[in-house]
Design a protein around this ligand. Structure first.
Ligand code: FES
Ligand code: FES
Length: 156
């Protein structure tokens, strides 16, 4: 039996331990904000936070997540408001089809923890989620704006 904490709730699982975490989140926990894109760790649509780190949940088997704390896109608005990264995403009109965006936002939050004042080169090199709609220009503006809000003290 595997137990893990997802968005503040303790959940358990006793199925195939090779099943990717993404399946558990979407099918068992019914948290469908996290998306399936490539399934091979390339696109980042499935990005969630595991113990505070952005991880691609399509490549992480359930065997590796026992005892961890997982946060998904749904957790960002658990208190009823939007996270500041979500707010700038809306202000800068980042989403187009929207499919990749929960992963983009989860990746941005941990990216800004590591690069609080990112350059365009940092974004190009370390913010590696893929967007098939090409929302990169607006996303770059949103990341810089979010960095400014973070520097002013925004935390959620
Ligand atoms: S679906 Fe996980 S990285 Fe693409
Ligand atoms: S907004 Fe469509 S894939 Fe990114």
């Amino acid at each position: 039996m595997i137990t893990l904490n997802v968005n503040g709730k303790s959940l358990s699982y006793d199925g195939d331990e090779d099943m990717p975490l993404l399946w558990f989140l979407r099918e068992n926990a019914e948290l469908t904000g996290t998306k399936y894109g490539c399934g091979i760790g390339q696109c980042g649509a499935c990005t969630v936070h595991i113990d505070g780190e952005a991880e691609r949940s399509c490549t992480i088997p359930m065997a590796e997540v026992g005892g961890t704390n997982i946060s998904t896109i749904e957790n960002l608005s658990a208190n009823g408001g939007l996270h500041f990264v979500q707010r700038v995403w809306i202000e800068e009109d980042v989403p187009q089809c929207g499919y990749c965006q929960s992963g983009q936002i989860m990746a941005t939050i941990t990216f800004l923890e590591k690069f609080p004042n990112p350059t365009d080169e940092d974004i190009d090199k370390y913010h590696t989620n893929i967007c098939r709609c090409g929302s990169y220009d607006n996303m770059r503006k949103a990341i810089h704006k979010a960095a400014k809000l973070q520097a002013e003290g925004a935390t959620s």
